[in-house]
Design a protein around this ligand. Sequence first.
Ligand SMILES: C[S@@+](CC[C@H](N)C(=O)[O-])C[C@H]1O[C@@H](n2cnc3c(N)ncnc32)[C@H](O)[C@@H]1O
Length: 305
Amino acid sequence: MPTTAEQAAQTAAATPAPWARSGRKAAIAQGFDLVAHEYGTGSGGFFTTLGTRLAAAAGLRRGDRVLDLGCGRGAVLFAAAEAVGPDGYAAGIDLSPAMVHATADEAARRGLRNVAVRVGDAEDPGFPAHSFEAVLAGLMMFITPDPDAALAAVRRVLVPGGRFAMSTFGPAEPGWAEALDAALAFQDPPPAGAPTTVKGGNGRFDTVDGITGTLAAAGFTEVATVEGEHVARIDADQWWASAWASGRRAALERIPADRREEARRAAFAVVERLYVDGVLTRRTTVRITTATGPATAEPVASGGG
Ligand SMILES: C[S@@+](CC[C@H](N)C(=O)[O-])C[C@H]1O[C@@H](n2cnc3c(N)ncnc32)[C@H](O)[C@@H]1O
């Protein structure tokens, strides 16, 4: 198994993953590969704070086995590993090989022996049925092309009565979305229009009712959502760096290199208006949803998860 992101990228190029045939998943993997090494830069600790909150909301116990879907750089995974302790473990999967290898390197650097990370698809994670006390999904359910398939897989891999916890974004702060759109208007070809859903994701996860209905239809009970706000004092340069280190990177890369400075200036002209008494604050609304899987073991067709 390759150990560095560079080796991972070479391996990925040599042996295309099964979902390489699926354009959207390949685009997700490529988009997050681009930012794996700097993911979260300039976010004011947003991902680690939310990851810790998500793991706490799942009510993890010492010794639990936890699966983290779309583990990215491990914001949720490492918090889960700490919560379950040395007698439990946290397994993380992600479509992006570069994310996986950077996170595996980080787990090794921290000396964590209860963490395993591999490239995998949340819609077909490939773990045996009933093999986790809890499944977590930080900021990924609205990204994956078929969230119903992912939720069916969650139900399968959970032990009876197991817990599921996921996070999503609430409504975007209008000024910041406008600033980013001002830059993205420079993309070539130009964007068809500003996204009509939060972060351009699956609109079902934009409202609490949509989330509750989706999880209930997938067979989960005790579905509850708590909304919170992450507040970060940042400056315009930090915000710009954070946009380039986020899932929006692929879209920003579509701005021709010789127009990027112009795009940045257009975005900063909007940001200028967001200062209040000389202070720039970014408020991100986030939602954490917890739910319980089926109380009894479901029949398993072929042992897949
Ligand atoms: C916004 S990032 C969040 C990363 C991490 N969970 C966190 O909270 O910091 C979303 C991650 O989900 C991954 N992802 C999206 N769809 C996926 C799928 N079907 N299977 C596995 N990973 C997926 C992306 O590659 C990306 O790394």
